[in-house]
Design a protein around this ligand. Structure first.
Ligand code: KG4
Ligand code: ZN
Length: 352
């Protein structure tokens, strides 16, 4: 039984997300029911540059935030005055991008008197698992793998987290994006490598699986990225044509082996019975399939969000914000963006 058994069935929370390149808003009822989910992706604005340009992201959010929030409310058939809370991502992420959502949420909260709740983006990713999995309750272990983060987290209770492992260098999604660029697949790399890898042989090239000496569960992907770049250079020097599908498949297999291997080791060592995945990389087809198989073999119950709730969205912020609200967390009009915010660090949030 969780310490939070007072879920308010008709609790209504607006979630706002602008930490990277998605302007998103959603209305969430009773902590887990998604009444609306509006996502404006800026991919088209950034593709030409091969990655997210922070200044362009901020400007894109400014142009869209008002209509995205209005659409989320109208799709849900609600008005601002119906809300119990306004939840907004205030970190981690790009400072200029975060500020747009934070300023907008603060203005709405100030104008309406609706309470404001600052939400951690990574906690939002974890909470995306509550949406399609009504039976999921803490405690469980969760791997968060996205463009900016790779964390293995013990979810002890609602709002209570213990970090077990993190990446020492690149995040998993960052590695996908960099390798995709190197083999000419373009941005965003993750989905493109996922697709290309289906045409290749994952055993064709022996890429390394890094181990970190200080913490056996920690991740490191920069060595793998360099190994792919070295492989491409050596093919170029020998005048050999690169088989893109084989590189994509072998690279993807190395990332998945590492993420799943470390996660299953930690789950075993800590006697975990429920395991979840989250973040953009959690929509990777090989990762989902491998976790499913490995968890089944070990008798661990496996959870994952639907693909639309893996990449950045407002619904996950609304869900996380609902639980934070029920736990008594609030933010004031002095809430600021915290680009390097870590999990469980509630800088700028207070408890009533
Ligand atoms: O969670 P997210 O939308 O944004 C961050 O918080 O970073 O994650 C985006 C990341 C990108 O690096 C993207 O390439 C990766 O998730 N991604 C994938 C897949 N779909 C998105 N990586 C591997 N396979 C996928 N199918
Ligand atoms: Zn994210």
């Amino acid at each position: 039984m969780s310490s939070l058994d007072t879920e308010k069935e008709d609790l209504l929370v607006l979630g706002i997300e602008t930490s990277c390149d998605e302007t998103a808003a959603s209305v969430v009822k009773g902590c887990r029911e998604i009444l609306s989910n509006v996502i404006y992706s800026q991919i088209d604005l950034h593709t030409v540059y091969g990655g997210v340009v922070p200044e362009i992201a901020s400007r894109g959010h400014i142009e869209k935030i008002d209509q995205v929030v209005k659409k989320a409310l109208s799709d849900a058939g609600k008005e601002l005055k119906d809300l119990d809370a306004i939840a907004v991502t205030y970190g981690p992420g790009l400072v200029g991008a975060l500020l747009v959502g934070v300023a907008h949420a603060k203005a709405l909260a100030w104008a309406t008197g609706v309470p404001l709740v600052g939400v951690n983006h990574i906690e939002g990713h974890i909470c995306a698992n509550f949406i399609d999995n009504p039976s999921l309750e803490p405690p469980f272990m969760c791997l968060v793998a996205s463009g900016g983060h790779s964390h293995l987290v013990n979810v002890l209770d609602y709002g209570s987290y213990e970090i077990i492992a993190r990446t020492r260098d690149d995040a998993a999604g960052e590695a996908f994006d960099k390798v995709a660029r190197a083999i000419g697949l373009g941005y965003p790399g993750g989905p493109k490598i996922d697709k290309e890898a289906r045409l290749g042989d994952p055993e064709s090239i022996a890429f390394p699986r890094a181990k970190v000496r200080e913490n056996e569960y920690d991740f490191s992907f920069s060595g793998l990225k360099s190994a792919v770049l070295n492989y491409l250079n050596s093919c170029g020097m020998k005048g050999e044509t690169v088989n893109r599908a084989n590189v994509a498949a072998s690279f993807q297999k190395a990332v998945v082996d590492t993420l799943v291997g470390h996660s299953m080791q930690a789950a075993h060592d800590r006697g975990v019975t429920k395991f979840a995945i989250a973040g953009g990389v959690a929509s990777n087809s090989l990762l989902r399939q491998t976790f499913e198989e490995q968890c089944r073999e070990r008798g661990i119950e496996f959870f994952r969000p639907g693909p639309v709730f893996c990449t950045d969205n407002g619904a996950m912020i609304g869900v996380a914000g609902s639980y934070e609200y029920l736990l008594g967390y609030r933010s004031g009009n002095d809430l600021n963006a915290v680009p390097g915010l870590s999990i469980g660090d509630r800088k700028g949030v207070f408890r009533i």
